[in-house]
Design a protein around this ligand. Sequence first.
Ligand SMILES: [Zn+2]
Length: 278
Amino acid sequence: MSTGPTHAMSGLLVWGGVSVAALGEALPMTPQTWIVGAVLCSGAALLPDLDHPEATVAHTFGPLTHGLSKAIHWFSHLVYRATRTRKDANRHGGHRGVTHTLVFAVLAGLGTMGVVQWGHKAALIPLLFLFCALAVRGLLHDWTPKGHALGVTALSLGLTVLCWHWIEAGPPEQARWCAAAVSMGCLAHCLGDAITEQGCPILWPVPFSYQTWYPVAPPKVMRMRTGGKVELGLLLPVLTVAGVWMSVVSLQRTGLAPWISYDLLTLHHIPPGLASGR
Ligand SMILES: [Zn+2]
């Protein structure tokens, strides 16, 4: 899948699922941290496509991100040509290159952790703005022309200002959650691309089948066409419903809605006093 809405929703679903699992293991997560993570993960699920200057997400901030995308495309091409084996395709390696790998997902997460540890709340605001814009741009996809950078910027700025008033300085574990959210968003993107016809070189630079850029993909019958009926008519609605549901469940488990006496995932009754204390 390569359309923006599907990628953004896959990021939201992954974050919802991971936070439900983490909260089940009693790892601490405040509702604020959950919101920050949801924005970062959904936005990061669009991040790898910055290596494609014609992708919708490359037009998030108009000429600014378009120029950045061209630079990433060029760098990605150089890395592809420098590290490909004879078995790898003799192609222009800019798109679905280095930003579509596990290595990039880990580095993007580590970079985010460094920035948040260094700048605390002051660093969260530009991060939220950037990833919010990526997510909004991805969700709007073809329904707004690529030129609507001003609208995307204004909407993301509004959402970021809302968050600014609500988010506290952040507990010590927040930087780790931010890192996890960005890494998982990138990985969700790679998995989404892997089920399309071209596959995704997630394993780079580890060689597989004598190829350092081996396109990881399921058997051909299980792959789908980008933007085709299966993606837009089946996968996107399923991801949207599942992503929203897991978000509501995980937000409840952060203690946001102590007045709801039933667990929204298991439908089990929550004993009084436990609802806000998990
Ligand atoms: Zn992609």
